[in-house]
Each structure stands twice: as structure tokens, then as C-alpha cells.
Ligand binder design. Structure first.
Ligand SMILES: Cc1cc2nc3c(=O)[nH]c(=O)nc-3n(C[C@H](O)[C@H](O)[C@H](O)COP(=O)(O)OP(=O)(O)OC[C@H]3O[C@@H](n4cnc5c(N)ncnc54)[C@H](O)[C@@H]3O)c2cc1C
Length: 366
């Protein structure tokens, strides 16, 4: 007779990892079904020449939630990586986020007062309410920062000129009048010393796992194998797109192993000119202070999402949010199936937020 489980977990990302770990603590039996040939969802890393390569996009853990930080650090040890990306504009290098190091390089100045004066002067060229993203950005940070560090990058991300994008895309642009290149404001940040895979292995420890299997290929059969189902795939696919398809933004990654020790001197370099076709280049070893002989870099290209591509980011505009609400209502009527995670809830979650959400889910349902 086929084994029966308390929980069938569809998708082996971070959300279900927390559910699996908490279920195991409570003596529950879980079966995991994952489409890909590895566990981990988008935080999975592939080891190449001793370097942990973030296959599905660079992942930096950061949080201000003490419960979440305690949770992850109980499981694995984190290094002291601090994200300090740099911008490359036609070979000119600027620190990010916009701070006194950026302004000092841009205008050869040294004091916050000088920087503030220049920015205020440049902002004042916008005299009316901004009508598009270009005017909005200039009204927030002035013309130089916009031209060199925002315009090309944003255009590549959205595939349209900033003049043709709505002002509402950018609500605020953080500007720091201190010399501080730490990208995040959260008190906790880092990368697991053993890589994200170690975290994933610990979370899924004790579960039965079926890889390279699409739950939707035989929904009824798999559903019958457990008392409850926690589904973290796309919610519109679960309901066979009965109300139409939700939209996503995708990315295309080009990984390359280089016979160099140190290619760019930083983990994350944003290419902010419009001529370079990719938006970012990641050098993975720097996330872990690697000393390997070789290095792996990844060029990240924005991509229009089409069927069959990885749905990386939900598009939380009005049209898609309304459509999602209809699917959510259908989801609430399901007896055995609960929906969670980035794709199941059609919501952009950072890792800490997805853990927080999974812990709340556990409190409510387990
Ligand atoms: C490019 C990128 C960069 C990011 N960078 C950061 C960062 O720097 N810091 C940060 O905190 N967060 C970052 N995030 C967010 C982070 O990836 C998510 O918070 C987290 O991975 C979400 O976990 P999840 O379990 O909800 O979803 P996922 O990781 O998407 O896992 C869902 C899993 O379900 C599987 N699946 C889907 N449908 C089916 C099916 N029908 N049958 C079987 N399996 C199925 C998928 O293959 C996938 O493995 C980033 C996300 C992206 C896309």
C-alpha cells in the first residue's frame, strides 16, 4: 500500500522548507514534490570550482525581524558579508546606494552641505508635478544622478524609456548624506557560511522527496497521498488559468567560469548605462570572501516573461492584483489545499519575509 502523509508540500523553496521543519518538529510526515531536479527554489546554489553560484539570482539575506534572525542562525552560521554594490557607468565607478561617496566622486566635493546644494539646484529644473518617471527621478535626486545612475538601468529593466514610464513606479529614492555604502538598513545581514543549500538541507531533513515532478501533472493522485497540501507554485496554474493568466517579470542569467582570481573586485556591479545590454554582473566568490583560483560571474538580463520561463517577480499592478484576488477566493474554497510563498500568494517576498510568513502559516495551520 502507498505511504500516506500528513502534508504534501508542493515546491521545495524556502516557504515549504520552514513548513517541513516545523512539521517534523511536531512529528508530522511530509512528502515534497518539486519540479526542478534540486531542492531550494530560487535560493539554490550550484557549486562550481568550490564557489557557490547563485543560480537563480544573487541572494543576500537581511532582516530586522529578530525572530527570523534567531530562526536562521539557530540552523546555520552566517558570514559578515555586507552588500555594497557599485555602479558602472561607461567605466566610471560610483558607490551605491546614493551616498556621500557617490557624490564626492561625481562632483569632487567632500561635505554634505555641498552635495545637498547641488542636488537641490538640479532638482529645481522640475517645476510642475512630475508627469513621468524621468521627471519624478530628477525631482528627487537631480539631473546628474538620474542621467548616470538611474536612466539607463531603469530603461533596461522595464524595456521602455523613462519618459514613457509612469512617475508612480518610483515613489522615493533613498539618498544618504553620510559616507556609508551598506545597501541595507537592517541590523542583520549576511550569507550562510556553508551556502544556502546547507540551510535548505536542514529545513527539509527527514522529508520524503520526489524531484523533477510537476504536481499538476497528476493533481488528484498526489493530493490523495496526504491529509493536507501546501502549494507554493503559481496559483493561476493550480486552477488551470480558469480566469486567465497572471503576469510575471522574468530574468535571463548567463553564467561564466573565468580563469581569473578576481574579476571585478565586488560581488554586485550594476551597469547603469543604456548601451551595456545586461543590468548587473555578479561575481559569486565575493559573497563568501572566496580565495579559489578561478571565479564565476553571472550577467543578469531583464526578460519579458513568456510561457515556459521562470516566473521571477509578480507584477503587482491593479490588473494583476484584481485577478489574483479572484484566484485567492477560489483557493479559500479548497478543502485540503493551502497556498503559500511567493508564487502561491503572488507577492514579492524577500527571504526574511517568506520565513516570517511561513512561521505565521505554521502557527495558524499546523
Ligand atoms: C532574482 C531574485 C533575486 C532575489 N534576491 C533576494 C535577496 O537578495 N534577498 C532576499 O531576501 N530575497 C531575494 N529574493 C527573494 C527570494 O528568492 C524569495 O523570498 C524566496 O526564494 C521565496 O521562496 P518560496 O518558497 O516562496 O518560492 P520559490 O523559491 O519560488 O520556490 C517555489 C518552488 O516551487 C516549485 N514549483 C512550482 N510549481 C510547481 C509544481 N507545479 N510542481 C512542483 N514544484 C513546483 C518551483 O520549482 C520552486 O522550486 C530574490 C528573488 C529573485 C527572483
Amino acid at each position: 500500500m502507498e505511504k500516506h502523509y500528513d502534508y504534501l508540500l508542493v515546491g521545495a523553496g524556502l516557504f515549504n522548507g520552514v513548513v517541513a521543519h516545523e512539521a517534523a518538529k511536531r512529528g508530522k510526515k511530509c512528502l515534497v514534490i518539486e519540479k526542478r531536479d534540486v531542492l531550494g527554489g530560487n535560493i539554490y546554489c550550484k557549486e562550481v570550482e568550490g564557489i557557490m553560484v547563485h543560480e537563480y539570482g544573487a541572494h543576500i539575506f537581511h532582516t530586522s525581524n529578530e525572530e527570523v534572525w534567531d530562526y536562521v542562525t539557530d540552523l546555520v552560521e552566517f558570514n559578515h558579508y555586507i552588500n555594497s554594490p557599485v555602479a558602472n557607468y561607461h567605466g566610471e565607478i560610483y558607490n551605491l546606494p546614493f551616498n556621500m561617496n557617490t557624490f564626492s566622486k561625481m562632483w569632487n566635493i567632500s561635505t554634505p552641505e555641498e552635495a545637498r546644494k547641488i542636488i537641490e539646484e538640479q532638482k529645481s529644473v522640475i517645476k510642475k508635478d512630475p508627469e513621468n518617471l524621468e521627471e519624478q527621478a530628477i525631482s528627487l535626486v537631480g539631473t546628474d544622478v538620474y542621467e548616470k545612475l538611474i536612466k539607463g538601468y531603469t530603461m533596461k529593466q522595464w524595456g521602455r524609456e523613462c519618459k514613457d514610464l509612469p512617475a508612480s513606479i518610483i515613489k522615493r529614492i533613498p539618498v544618504r548624506y553620510i559616507y556609508d555604502n551598506n545597501y541595507f538598513n537592517d541590523p542583520h545581514q549576511g550569507i550562510p557560511k556553508g551556502g544556502y543549500n546547507e540551510l535548505i538541507e536542514k529545513l527539509y531533513d527527514g522529508c520524503d522527496v520526489i524531484l523533477e515532478t510537476d504536481f499538476l501533472s497528476d493533481k488528484e493522485k498526489y493530493t490523495s497521498m496526504a491529509d493536507h497540501v501546501v502549494y507554493t507554485g503559481t496559483i493561476d496554474a493550480y486552477f488551470d488559468y480558469c480566469y486567465g493568466k497572471l503576469e510575471y517579470r522574468s530574468l535571463h542569467f548567463e553564467h561564466e567560469l573565468l580563469n581569473e582570481y578576481n574579476h571585478q573586485g565586488v560581488a554586485v556591479m550594476n551597469y547603469t548605462d543604456s548601451e551595456t545590454p545586461f543590468t548587473r554582473k555578479i561575481e559569486h566568490k565575493h559573497f563568501a570572501f572566496g580565495t579559489q583560483e578561478k571565479t564565476v560571474v553571472t550577467r543578469e538580463y531583464p526578460a519579458e516573461w513568456e510561457d515556459g520561463m521562470e516566473p521571477y517577480y509578480p507584477v503587482n499592478d491593479e490588473k494583476n492584483s484584481t485577478l489574483y484576488e479572484r484566484y485567492k477566493e477560489l483557493g479559500e474554497k479548497e478543502e485540503k489545499v493551502l497556498f503559500g510563498g511567493r508564487l502561491g500568494e503572488y507577492k514579492y517576498y524577500d527571504m526574511d519575509k517568506v520565513i516570517e510568513s511561513a512561521l505565521n502559516f505554521v502557527k495558524q495551520y499546523l
